[in-house]
Design a binder for this molecule. Structure first.
Ligand code: COA
Length: 261
């Protein structure tokens, strides 16, 4: 994909998307947002991609947030249009039915952390640094941070991060539940994430998408409706060959071979 701000590499069933603007700490400009949204929409219907890893080029930054150089030349109207783009394109990533992991290989600041919050799981290098510093810049998070962060951390810790522009290192982010895993020193975060994803890559994709769909709605609706949504999601797995294969594999004491059907 030459000329694209995102490098795409297929590692078996796992697609690795690398924000490829290391000279700007992989900051999000208009082109990068559009590319992310396009890839997410394509992945939703891809049969060959079972899971996605999103990361940044270079060893310093996952993503340093909004491209502040691009932003400086924007009118208020253009900033509004960019906020709309965050919503539509990062929204496409958030809604992607394939499991998405953020491999946080350095700083994840502002929109960079908001991008990671649109992923389903987060793996961090030991030197990663995560923060939403927007209020210290006279703005607020504009790519979903005020809504997605409390859903992950709870209200108190989200307010602490946003109002104090609090920076979390990897160990603290793990303790707070902001990342799922910190990669052992000396191990590449993308290699680690791809290996960690193996149960997903080998698993039953219809079931995984159905589980994601149900979980993603869980915090938005009251319990009774949530249970109805869970039932509807379960229904999608009932008629699959993979469900029958899993039962056969159990009876025959062998590993199931899932085909995504
Ligand atoms: N947008 C555009 N360019 C950015 C950027 C951003 N968000 N963040 C970093 N860069 C650029 C720098 O301007 C610099 O470019 P230059 O060499 O042309 O001057 C290059 O990336 C390297 O950054 P630098 O600041 O020299 O590296 P550092 O290791 O000292 O610090 C950061 C890295 C990410 C901590 C620091 O650049 C930073 O704080 N960036 C702003 C992050 C931010 O506030 N994001 C939230 C926006 S709401």
């Amino acid at each position: 994909m030459s000329g694209s701000p995102i490098r795409v590499e297929q590692r078996g069933p796992v697609a690795v998307w690398t924000l490829d603007r290391a000279d700007r700490m992989n900051a999000l400009d208009r082109e990068t947002l559009l590319a992310l949204g396009r890839l997410a929409r394509e992945a939703a219907t891809s049969e060959s991609t079972r899971a996605i890893v999103v990361t940044g080029a270079g060893g310093k930054a996952f993503c340093a947030g909004a491209d502040l150089k691009e932003r400086r030349g924007m009118s208020e109207g253009e900033v509004r249009a960019q906020l709309d783009l965050y919503r539509s394109e990062l929204g496409a990533l958030d809604r992607c039915p394939r499991p998405v992991v953020a491999a946080i290989n350095g700083v994840a600041l502002g929109g960079g952390l908001e991008l990671a919050l649109c992923c389903d799981l987060r793996v961090a290098a030991a030197h990663a640094l995560l923060a939403l510093p927007e209020t210290s810049l006279g703005i607020i998070p504009g790519a979903g941070g005020t809504q997605r962060l409390p859903r992950v951390l709870g209200e108190g810790r989200a307010k602490e991060m946003i109002l104090l522009s609090r920076r979390l290192g990897a160990a603290e982010a793990l303790a707070w539940g902001l990342v799922n895993r910190v990669v052992p020193a000396g191990v590449d975060v993308v290699d680690d994430a791809v290996e960690w994803l193996r149960p997903i890559a080998d698993g039953a994709p219809v079931a995984q998408s159905a589980a994601l769909e149900a979980i993603d709605r869980a915090l938005d609706v009251e319990l009774d409706l949530g249970l109805t949504l869970e039932r509807a999601a379960y229904e999608k797995t009932l008629s699959t060959e993979d469900r029958v294969e899993a039962l056969a594999a159990f009876a025959e004491k062998r590993k199931a071979r899932f085909r995504g059907k």
